[in-house]
Design a protein around this ligand. Structure first.
Ligand SMILES: Cc1cc2nc3c(=O)[nH]c(=O)nc-3n(C[C@H](O)[C@H](O)[C@H](O)COP(=O)(O)O)c2cc1C
Length: 222
Protein backbone atom coordinates (compact mmCIF):
# COMPACT_ATOMS: atom_id res chain seq x y z
CA UNK A 1 0.00 0.00 0.00
CA UNK A 2 1.15 3.52 -0.71
CA UNK A 3 1.69 4.73 2.83
CA UNK A 4 1.06 8.31 1.75
CA UNK A 5 -2.50 7.39 0.92
CA UNK A 6 -4.90 8.44 3.63
CA UNK A 7 -7.91 6.31 2.82
CA UNK A 8 -7.65 2.55 3.10
CA UNK A 9 -10.42 0.22 1.89
CA UNK A 10 -13.68 -0.12 3.74
CA UNK A 11 -13.35 -3.16 6.02
CA UNK A 12 -16.57 -3.04 8.00
CA UNK A 13 -19.25 -0.85 9.42
CA UNK A 14 -20.02 0.53 12.82
CA UNK A 15 -23.50 1.87 13.40
CA UNK A 16 -23.94 2.11 9.60
CA UNK A 17 -20.75 4.11 9.10
CA UNK A 18 -17.85 2.75 7.08
CA UNK A 19 -14.69 1.62 8.86
CA UNK A 20 -11.37 2.02 7.05
CA UNK A 21 -8.50 0.25 8.77
CA UNK A 22 -5.43 0.58 6.59
CA UNK A 23 -3.20 -1.45 8.90
CA UNK A 24 -4.94 -4.56 7.58
CA UNK A 25 -3.08 -4.06 4.31
CA UNK A 26 0.17 -4.47 6.24
CA UNK A 27 -0.37 -8.11 7.14
CA UNK A 28 3.05 -9.12 5.85
CA UNK A 29 5.55 -8.70 8.70
CA UNK A 30 8.10 -7.13 6.35
CA UNK A 31 5.78 -4.17 5.86
CA UNK A 32 4.01 -4.19 9.22
CA UNK A 33 6.85 -2.64 11.24
CA UNK A 34 4.79 -2.84 14.42
CA UNK A 35 2.28 -0.30 13.13
CA UNK A 36 4.91 2.38 12.59
CA UNK A 37 4.20 4.96 9.88
CA UNK A 38 0.55 4.02 9.49
CA UNK A 39 -1.26 7.17 8.46
CA UNK A 40 -4.66 7.72 9.97
CA UNK A 41 -7.53 7.37 7.55
CA UNK A 42 -8.86 10.78 8.46
CA UNK A 43 -11.96 9.24 10.02
CA UNK A 44 -10.74 9.70 13.57
CA UNK A 45 -11.00 13.38 12.81
CA UNK A 46 -14.62 12.82 11.85
CA UNK A 47 -14.05 14.95 8.81
CA UNK A 48 -15.74 12.41 6.58
CA UNK A 49 -18.36 11.14 9.01
CA UNK A 50 -20.02 12.01 12.28
CA UNK A 51 -18.87 10.68 15.63
CA UNK A 52 -20.21 7.18 16.18
CA UNK A 53 -22.96 7.26 18.77
CA UNK A 54 -25.50 4.49 19.16
CA UNK A 55 -27.65 4.90 22.23
CA UNK A 56 -30.71 2.80 22.90
CA UNK A 57 -32.75 2.39 26.05
CA UNK A 58 -32.39 -1.41 26.09
CA UNK A 59 -28.66 -2.18 25.95
CA UNK A 60 -27.01 -3.45 29.12
CA UNK A 61 -23.52 -2.64 27.87
CA UNK A 62 -21.77 0.13 25.99
CA UNK A 63 -18.56 0.10 23.95
CA UNK A 64 -16.60 3.33 24.46
CA UNK A 65 -13.59 3.61 22.15
CA UNK A 66 -11.15 5.80 20.31
CA UNK A 67 -9.25 4.83 17.17
CA UNK A 68 -6.79 6.70 14.96
CA UNK A 69 -6.19 4.32 12.09
CA UNK A 70 -9.33 2.19 12.35
CA UNK A 71 -8.13 -1.09 13.89
CA UNK A 72 -9.60 -0.48 17.32
CA UNK A 73 -12.78 0.78 15.65
CA UNK A 74 -13.10 -2.50 13.77
CA UNK A 75 -12.57 -4.45 16.99
CA UNK A 76 -15.15 -2.21 18.70
CA UNK A 77 -17.68 -3.03 15.96
CA UNK A 78 -17.17 -6.77 16.45
CA UNK A 79 -17.52 -6.57 20.23
CA UNK A 80 -20.62 -4.37 20.00
CA UNK A 81 -22.23 -6.85 17.59
CA UNK A 82 -21.57 -9.84 19.83
CA UNK A 83 -22.64 -8.13 23.06
CA UNK A 84 -25.51 -6.10 21.56
CA UNK A 85 -23.94 -3.01 23.01
CA UNK A 86 -24.54 0.64 22.55
CA UNK A 87 -21.54 2.51 21.14
CA UNK A 88 -19.82 5.79 21.95
CA UNK A 89 -16.79 7.10 20.10
CA UNK A 90 -14.47 9.37 22.04
CA UNK A 91 -13.87 12.58 20.09
CA UNK A 92 -11.20 15.21 20.54
CA UNK A 93 -11.25 18.97 20.28
CA UNK A 94 -8.09 18.90 18.18
CA UNK A 95 -7.71 15.68 16.17
CA UNK A 96 -4.28 14.10 15.75
CA UNK A 97 -2.52 14.66 12.42
CA UNK A 98 -2.90 12.10 9.65
CA UNK A 99 0.88 11.68 9.55
CA UNK A 100 2.31 9.03 11.91
CA UNK A 101 5.47 10.87 12.96
CA UNK A 102 3.60 14.09 13.70
CA UNK A 103 1.10 12.10 15.75
CA UNK A 104 3.90 10.43 17.66
CA UNK A 105 5.61 13.75 18.49
CA UNK A 106 2.37 15.23 19.75
CA UNK A 107 1.50 12.09 21.75
CA UNK A 108 4.99 12.00 23.30
CA UNK A 109 4.74 15.66 24.25
CA UNK A 110 1.34 15.08 25.84
CA UNK A 111 2.56 12.06 27.77
CA UNK A 112 5.82 13.61 28.95
CA UNK A 113 4.09 16.81 30.07
CA UNK A 114 1.00 15.15 31.47
CA UNK A 115 -1.21 17.10 29.07
CA UNK A 116 -3.63 14.60 27.51
CA UNK A 117 -5.82 16.02 24.73
CA UNK A 118 -9.03 17.93 25.36
CA UNK A 119 -12.22 16.05 24.53
CA UNK A 120 -15.07 17.30 22.42
CA UNK A 121 -18.00 15.11 23.40
CA UNK A 122 -20.94 14.73 25.69
CA UNK A 123 -21.24 11.74 27.95
CA UNK A 124 -24.70 10.16 27.90
CA UNK A 125 -26.35 8.94 31.09
CA UNK A 126 -24.64 5.62 31.79
CA UNK A 127 -26.99 4.38 34.49
CA UNK A 128 -28.61 1.64 32.33
CA UNK A 129 -25.28 -0.09 31.60
CA UNK A 130 -23.85 -2.89 33.75
CA UNK A 131 -20.80 -3.32 31.54
CA UNK A 132 -18.52 -0.75 29.93
CA UNK A 133 -16.15 -2.03 27.24
CA UNK A 134 -13.19 0.36 26.87
CA UNK A 135 -11.36 0.29 23.51
CA UNK A 136 -7.96 1.91 23.06
CA UNK A 137 -4.50 1.20 21.64
CA UNK A 138 -0.98 0.90 23.06
CA UNK A 139 0.98 4.11 22.62
CA UNK A 140 4.54 4.17 23.92
CA UNK A 141 3.85 1.03 25.93
CA UNK A 142 1.00 2.60 27.85
CA UNK A 143 -2.62 3.68 27.43
CA UNK A 144 -3.11 5.96 24.42
CA UNK A 145 -3.63 9.60 25.36
CA UNK A 146 -7.30 9.91 24.23
CA UNK A 147 -8.45 7.04 26.49
CA UNK A 148 -6.43 8.54 29.31
CA UNK A 149 -8.32 11.83 28.80
CA UNK A 150 -11.62 10.03 28.78
CA UNK A 151 -10.90 8.31 32.10
CA UNK A 152 -9.59 11.50 33.69
CA UNK A 153 -12.69 13.41 32.61
CA UNK A 154 -15.38 10.81 33.17
CA UNK A 155 -13.85 8.10 35.37
CA UNK A 156 -16.06 9.09 38.29
CA UNK A 157 -19.14 8.21 36.17
CA UNK A 158 -18.03 4.60 35.90
CA UNK A 159 -18.68 3.62 39.51
CA UNK A 160 -20.30 0.23 39.93
CA UNK A 161 -19.61 -0.86 36.35
CA UNK A 162 -17.93 -3.99 35.14
CA UNK A 163 -14.96 -2.67 33.15
CA UNK A 164 -13.90 -4.74 30.13
CA UNK A 165 -10.85 -3.38 28.28
CA UNK A 166 -9.89 -4.25 24.70
CA UNK A 167 -6.98 -2.93 22.72
CA UNK A 168 -4.98 -3.16 19.54
CA UNK A 169 -1.21 -2.87 19.43
CA UNK A 170 1.79 -3.08 17.16
CA UNK A 171 3.29 -6.27 18.55
CA UNK A 172 5.06 -5.03 21.67
CA UNK A 173 2.19 -5.68 24.08
CA UNK A 174 0.03 -3.53 26.31
CA UNK A 175 2.65 -2.18 28.67
CA UNK A 176 0.95 -0.82 31.77
CA UNK A 177 -2.37 0.11 30.09
CA UNK A 178 -4.61 -2.13 32.16
CA UNK A 179 -3.00 -1.09 35.43
CA UNK A 180 -3.34 2.54 34.45
CA UNK A 181 -7.07 2.15 33.81
CA UNK A 182 -7.56 0.80 37.33
CA UNK A 183 -5.30 3.47 38.78
CA UNK A 184 -7.04 6.40 37.07
CA UNK A 185 -10.50 5.11 37.93
CA UNK A 186 -9.55 4.79 41.60
CA UNK A 187 -7.93 8.22 41.55
CA UNK A 188 -11.05 9.78 39.96
CA UNK A 189 -13.28 8.29 42.65
CA UNK A 190 -14.82 5.40 40.72
CA UNK A 191 -15.83 2.73 43.23
CA UNK A 192 -17.26 -0.80 43.20
CA UNK A 193 -15.82 -1.72 39.80
CA UNK A 194 -15.10 -5.23 38.67
CA UNK A 195 -12.48 -5.74 35.97
CA UNK A 196 -12.06 -8.33 33.24
CA UNK A 197 -8.72 -9.10 31.59
CA UNK A 198 -8.16 -7.11 28.40
CA UNK A 199 -8.50 -8.54 24.92
CA UNK A 200 -5.29 -7.64 23.03
CA UNK A 201 -5.14 -7.96 19.23
CA UNK A 202 -2.45 -6.97 16.73
CA UNK A 203 -3.58 -3.95 14.75
CA UNK A 204 -2.97 -5.68 11.40
CA UNK A 205 -4.95 -8.82 12.34
CA UNK A 206 -8.27 -7.52 13.61
CA UNK A 207 -10.19 -8.82 10.61
CA UNK A 208 -8.85 -12.31 11.41
CA UNK A 209 -9.53 -12.18 15.12
CA UNK A 210 -13.04 -13.65 15.34
CA UNK A 211 -11.89 -16.86 17.03
CA UNK A 212 -9.73 -15.00 19.50
CA UNK A 213 -12.65 -12.71 20.30
CA UNK A 214 -15.00 -15.68 20.80
CA UNK A 215 -12.54 -17.41 23.13
CA UNK A 216 -12.13 -14.21 25.12
CA UNK A 217 -15.90 -13.78 25.40
CA UNK A 218 -16.19 -17.35 26.64
CA UNK A 219 -13.57 -16.67 29.30
CA UNK A 220 -15.06 -13.47 30.59
CA UNK A 221 -18.43 -13.46 32.22
CA UNK A 222 -20.96 -12.12 29.69
C1 LIG B 1 1.90 7.36 18.58
C2 LIG B 1 1.89 5.85 18.49
C3 LIG B 1 2.61 5.10 19.42
C4 LIG B 1 2.58 3.70 19.37
N1 LIG B 1 3.26 2.99 20.33
C5 LIG B 1 3.16 1.62 20.32
C6 LIG B 1 3.83 0.84 21.32
O1 LIG B 1 4.48 1.35 22.23
N2 LIG B 1 3.72 -0.51 21.27
C7 LIG B 1 2.98 -1.15 20.30
O2 LIG B 1 2.90 -2.37 20.30
N3 LIG B 1 2.34 -0.42 19.34
C8 LIG B 1 2.41 0.93 19.33
N4 LIG B 1 1.76 1.66 18.36
C9 LIG B 1 0.98 0.94 17.35
C10 LIG B 1 -0.53 0.98 17.66
O3 LIG B 1 -0.80 0.48 18.95
C11 LIG B 1 -1.28 0.14 16.63
O4 LIG B 1 -0.94 0.62 15.37
C12 LIG B 1 -2.79 0.17 16.88
O5 LIG B 1 -3.41 -0.91 16.22
C13 LIG B 1 -3.44 1.46 16.39
O6 LIG B 1 -4.82 1.45 16.67
P1 LIG B 1 -5.87 2.29 15.82
O7 LIG B 1 -5.81 1.78 14.39
O8 LIG B 1 -7.17 2.00 16.46
O9 LIG B 1 -5.50 3.73 15.91
C14 LIG B 1 1.81 3.05 18.37
C15 LIG B 1 1.11 3.82 17.42
C16 LIG B 1 1.15 5.20 17.48
C17 LIG B 1 0.35 6.01 16.47
Amino acid sequence: MDMKSKLGPVVGQINNQDIRANQLLRRDLSVWEGGRYTPSDGDDTNQNSGAVRKLTDKAKSIVIYWSRSGSTELLASKIANIANSDILEITLKEPYPTDYLETRSRANFERENDLPPELNMELPDLSQYETVFLGYQTWAMTLSQPMKSFLLNYGSKLSGKRIVPFETQGGFGSGDSEDLIRQILAQEGSTKNSFERALVVDGNMVDRSNKVIDRWFNRIDR
